[in-house]
Design a protein around this ligand. Sequence first.
Ligand code: NAD
Length: 215
Amino acid sequence: MKYGIIGYSGRMGQAIEKLFSKAGHKLVYQKDENSEKETEKPEVIIDFSLKEAFPKTVRVIEEKKVPLVIGTTGLDEDDFAKLDKLAEEVPVIQSFNFSIGINILSELIKKVNQYVDQDWDIEISETHHRFKKDKPSGTAIMLGNLLDRDIEMHSKRLGSEFGEHEVDFASTGEVLTLKHRAYSREAFTRGALLSAEAILDLKPGFYSFPEILNN
Ligand code: NAD
């Protein structure tokens, strides 16, 4: 597959290139805040950059008309409306977390949510490396949206932590904790690779990562 990366020089961009090249794919397009290089037309573009880059990503996809896998966090409702518009023309796979474990955690949270009533406290805590800009993390927001009430979120920015998410459910007599920890960026790049390989066979439309995982 010939692919491009937006956010090429970033931590995720570099980890994506490493895994994709190991899988035999060819990087033909790369974009950063102040540079852009194309050697051939990509068949798919992977965006792991920043929210500020998003308007440019939309322009690139409109011009090139290629499928998009996007993991950039911090996107808001307007950005999702733009992704929906792009998805009328090309397939788009979006997730705030491309790790398989987090997507299993999501299923577990939905299950526990069916059992706990208003007497239970629910809080989400997340820890990420010191360079992460958005707070709370996109994943914490995504997990929070699975619950049928607004909940308290706690964020820590510490050292080199790749990403830890914990959901606590507590009544006055007991506490149930669901926890996921990524201990390498491969947790996310594997999901991005799976998505980029799957997207080549998809029709235009907006797809979530669980839809790709469950197929
Ligand atoms: P980083 O700061 O290391 O890299 C950011 C990249 O974005 C750089 O290459 C930079 O040049 C580029 N960039 C910044 N502004 C730009 C602009 N205006 N135009 C074009 N490019 C621009 O960040 P990172 O740690 O690699 O994380 C990148 C993104 O991926 C973040 O949004 C992060 O939250 C997200 N992330 C998502 C997942 C997931 O599974 N969805 C997992 C980890 C990280």
